[in-house]
Design a protein around this ligand. Structure first.
Ligand SMILES: Cc1cc2nc3c(=O)[nH]c(=O)nc-3n(C[C@H](O)[C@H](O)[C@H](O)COP(=O)(O)OP(=O)(O)OC[C@H]3O[C@@H](n4cnc5c(N)ncnc54)[C@H](O)[C@@H]3O)c2cc1C
Length: 429
């Protein structure tokens, strides 16, 4: 699978996958069939996560396109998975201490490893795929080589990391963030915590050899063997209690807010202007990618390239669409200087969710926010869903139908519908 970091490549992948987003997806999504030997994309999952994370595609348009081809009941599973992404985002917004505490415990674990040769060796063997556990070693190499892992493989991998290899979960989460094209502070941190028994307290995920063999049976190298796995998964515990804070969402932006000349900032999680629906064009479009801030360690070449080029391609498209100039806000370049150079004093940027991009950009954005010279755009789907992401996914799940109805997400208008034949039953591979 080639992941090209442009909106048009994401739309193409969406269009290719649409016929299989209905019951075929529900029936086959749990199978890790590996990367097809002949090349190309997987057929049973969408592999859209890199484009969704980068904001080159929005959840709303993906769900709308799926509902343009499938009934709500046929598409229920796929839509629920997209809502898992929105749920995790909303949950982390209300418990940002989960992210802060991850960063601190990760740094402490990295420092401890420096002084412990045994852990260093075990860690190196794990990330280089040299543990001797065939399935695990396969996924470790696949992650580094491709920047993508199937959801089930991520679950098995995290479980083996924590309960069989007995490595600290934060080191594994960091390894994922450094290499995944879709690396996401919310989905990654909360999924690792879920496997470890920290998200749903006491409930862990145990990887079992028979389950791995069953769901990798059609893998080009499968079924994958997983010898010597732990046979129990006692939940991890933590001393801190992550209390929920009140959601503090930005006011919706009105056309008047954007009437004065402004700069639009596109970043790692919102690289395209298209989902933003701006009533007035920006005078300047600024690229602010911060993939290096994912970790104190080296970021994988594929992940780095995807993130940087997603923002660069989004900015080039926006500048062209609006007839605006563009600039790059690099880490060692001052935002105030860029704005002054363009004769501007106000900015608009898509919401920065809890995570490394927010932490990297906020110090320079804060003065603009404080002086009311910054407007923040939050998509309607997140605005409607996040308040329900207080505890478990169920709170969000039971609102999905209502949310889609209220936001009129029912499928694309007929003249923009992506043309594909309807799904045929029994198509699941
Ligand atoms: C340990 C672990 C770490 C993870 N880290 C990340 C991460 O950093 N970034 C990330 O985007 N996802 C993460 N996930 C969730 C999930 O594995 C990926 O979103 C999914 O595998 C992406 O592949 P896909 O696009 O083919 O998914 P599909 O099955 O085609 O699903 C469609 C979309 O729904 C969303 N989605 C699907 N499953 C999940 C899920 N379980 N949780 C949240 N969203 C989901 C994704 O945006 C995905 O693109 C992680 C899961 C685990 C168990």
């Amino acid at each position: 699978m080639v992941f090209t970091p442009t909106r048009s490549a994401g739309l193409e992948r969406l269009s290719d996958f649409l016929p299989r987003a209905g019951r075929a997806y529900a029936n086959s999504r749990n199978h890790d069939n590996g990367t097809p030997k002949a090349g190309g994309a997987r057929s049973n999952v969408s592999q859209l996560s890199p484009w969704l994370h980068a904001g080159l595609l929005s959840e709303t348009e993906v769900i709308g396109a799926v509902l343009g081809q499938h009934s709500p009941s046929a598409a229920e599973k796929f839509i629920a998975e997209v809502f898992w992404r929105v749920y995790f985002k909303g949950y982390l917004e209300q418990r940002p201490s989960v992210w802060r505490s991850y960063v601190e415990t990760r740094d402490a674990a990295l420092a401890r490893m420096e002084g412990n040769a045994g852990v260093r060796t075990a860690y190196q063997e794990a990330i280089e795929g040299r543990t001797g556990i065939e399935a695990f070693d396969h996924w470790a190499r696949e992650l580094v080589e491709t920047g993508y892992l199937h959801n089930h493989a991520r679950m098995w991998f995290a479980s083996i990391w924590i309960f069989t290899l007995r490595l600290e979960w934060e080191l594994g989460a960091d390894f994922f963030l450094r290499n995944l094209l879709d690396a996401d502070a919310a989905s990654n941190t909360l999924s690792w915590r879920w496997v470890a028994g920290l998200h749903t307290k006491g409930k862990t995920y145990l990887a079992r050899p028979d389950n791995i063999a069953r769901y990798t049976a059609d893998h080009p190298d499968g079924p994958l063997a997983a010898q010597g796995l732990a046979d129990d998964a006692p939940a991890l515990e933590e001393a801190v209690e992550h209390t929920r804070i009140r959601l503090d969402l930005p006011q919706p932006v009105s056309p008047d807010d954007l009437a004065k000349p402004y700069a639009l900032i596109l970043h790692d999680e919102a690289a395209s202007h298209v989902p933003l629906d701006l009533p007035h064009p920006p005078a300047l479009v600024i690229a602010a990618a911060r993939p290096q801030s994912r970790s104190p360690g080296a970021i994988g070449a594929k992940a780095l390239r995807f993130a940087d080029e997603a923002v660069a391609s989004g900015v080039a498209e926006a500048a062209l669409a609006f007839g605006a100039t563009s600039a790059v806000w690099e880490e060692d370049r001052n935002l105030a200087t860029i704005l002054a150079g363009a004769g501007l004093d106000r900015v608009v940027f898509p919401y920065l969710p809890t995570g490394w991009t927010r932490e990297a950009l906020m110090p320079e954005l804060a003065p603009l926010i404080d002086s009311h010279r910054a407007h923040v755009i939050l998509g309607d789907l997140s605005r409607a869903t996040w308040p329900h992401a207080k505890a478990g996914f169920f709170g969000v799940k039971k609102q999905i139908e209502k949310t889609l109805r209220e936001l009129a997400i029912t499928g694309p208008p007929s003249d923009t519908a992506i043309q594909n034949p309807p799904e045929t039953l029994g198509e699941a591979n």
